[in-house]
Design a protein around this ligand. Sequence first.
Ligand SMILES: Cc1cc2nc3c(=O)[nH]c(=O)nc-3n(C[C@H](O)[C@H](O)[C@H](O)COP(=O)(O)O)c2cc1C
Length: 174
Amino acid sequence: MDLFEAIIGRRSIRRFKKDMVKDDIIMKVIEAGTWAPSAGNLQSWEVVMVKNSETKEKLVTAAYLREFLAGAPIILVLCANQHECGASYNDRGVELYCIQDAACAGQNILLAAHALGLGACWVGAFDEDLVVQALHLPPGLRPVSLIPMGYPDENPSPPPRGDLEEFIHYERFK
Ligand SMILES: Cc1cc2nc3c(=O)[nH]c(=O)nc-3n(C[C@H](O)[C@H](O)[C@H](O)COP(=O)(O)O)c2cc1C
């Protein structure tokens, strides 16, 4: 798939077929995450792969009852490794770089999933403490996204995008 086709054609998918995704496909998707840029190439992110129904239900609770999460055969939980990044970059590593690392990896993961015929959605609305408890995350790991993933069972229209001119500021902001 052409890169621009993938970028423009990717959608947030919230309805999934029951079919399980083969492990080698999931590994390929996660490997795409490792090729994202990261501060100092530390790749300060971790991913917890959840397939177990009980754990999925805990994530649904953490995500304010977004039931569609449990409808996915797999949920990837992306975490920023504040501990690792802070050791090299102090406060900026803890507060910014590791979050950016995880976000860059996440976007690669979403695009790779789409390129392989999968659907996924970045879910950022959740109670972090409940996710930490559900997944036994140690201190220094901050969950940044729940990514339900599976074969899509919907084909949503693209939500509108802003005009380029709304984003770009020439030479200075105003
Ligand atoms: C930081 C962030 C947080 C998001 N949180 C949620 C969320 O909590 N629940 C949800 O259903 N979608 C969430 N989304 C997905 C957006 O709603 C979606 O990307 C946006 O509407 C554009 O649609 P598209 O991804 O199909 O282009 C989030 C996306 C981002 C980048």
